[in-house]
Design a protein around this ligand. Structure first.
Ligand code: SF4
Ligand code: SF4
Length: 216
């Protein structure tokens, strides 16, 4: 009898949870229904990618030790590390490094595991090309730093909806002096240090993150 009651309680809890998730999803849908469409006049206006956006990879040739960890952690063994063994110094000599962005899935594993941090994700997302072979970036192309949306003088940067202050739905209403989407990682760390209780309780809890107005 006790087992049966437990099962009924579990079933009821699951049903209530499912209903609340359904309501949450529908609330997003209904919230969108009362919003007017916003047009981004690309390429004169561009949305600012989020801080952790995984765009084209940047590579620093001088830092690379040709360990090939990036190749081993890549789900498709994509990076090509071209090195030769110098018999005199008995050390690897790096000749070339390339990543084909026509194949890359931008998972970020190579960036995460590189022991010398010579790989990093950038905000660059405009990688369309007429020839797919031109997406195979060598170490020179990978070493170029992209122009950020926020620093490109020919572009009007616009914030995504999630980064807009409460009550504002159109990014055109934000003054152009507010160029960044949110706080920089260093500023976010400072903010967390000022709130030690929050850091201890749950750093990743979205409920406790500062509201958009505080970030701005
Ligand atoms: S993991 Fe980093 S250091 Fe090692 S080969 Fe790849 S890019 Fe170079
Ligand atoms: S981002 Fe992912 S798929 Fe692309 S090269 Fe790095 S590990 Fe491979």
């Amino acid at each position: 009898m006790l087992g049966f009651l437990k099962k009924v309680a579990e079933y009821t809890r699951d049903a209530v949870d499912a209903a609340s998730y359904l309501a949450q999803g529908l609330s997003v849908t209904f919230d969108h229904m009362r919003r007017r469409p916003i047009t981004v006049q690309y390429p004169y206006e561009k949305l600012i990618p989020s801080e952790r956006y995984r765009g084209r990879i940047h590579y620093e040739f001088d830092k690379c030790i040709a360990c090939e960890v990036c190749v081993r952690v890549c789900p498709i063994n994509l990076p090509v590390v071209d090195w030769v063994m110098n018999k005199e110094t008995k050390k690897k000599e790096l000749k070339n490094y390339s990543i084909d962005f026509g194949v890359c899935i931008f998972c970020g594993n190579c960036v995460e595991y590189c022991p010398t941090n010579c790989l990093s994700m950038t905000e660059e997302y405009e990688l369309s090309a007429f020839d797919r072979h031109s997406l195979n970036f060598d170490n020179v192309a990978l070493g170029r730093l992209p122009t950020n949306v926020t620093t490109d003088p020919s572009v009007q940067p616009l914030r995504e909806f999630a980064y807009l202050p409460k009550g504002i739905v159109d990014p055109h209403e934000i003054p152009s002096t507010h160029s960044r989407a949110g706080k920089l990682p260093s500023e976010m760390l400072e903010w967390l240090n000022q709130n030690p209780a929050l850091e201890d309780s749950n750093k990743s809890n979205q409920k406790d993150l500062p509201q958009n107005e505080e970030i701005l």
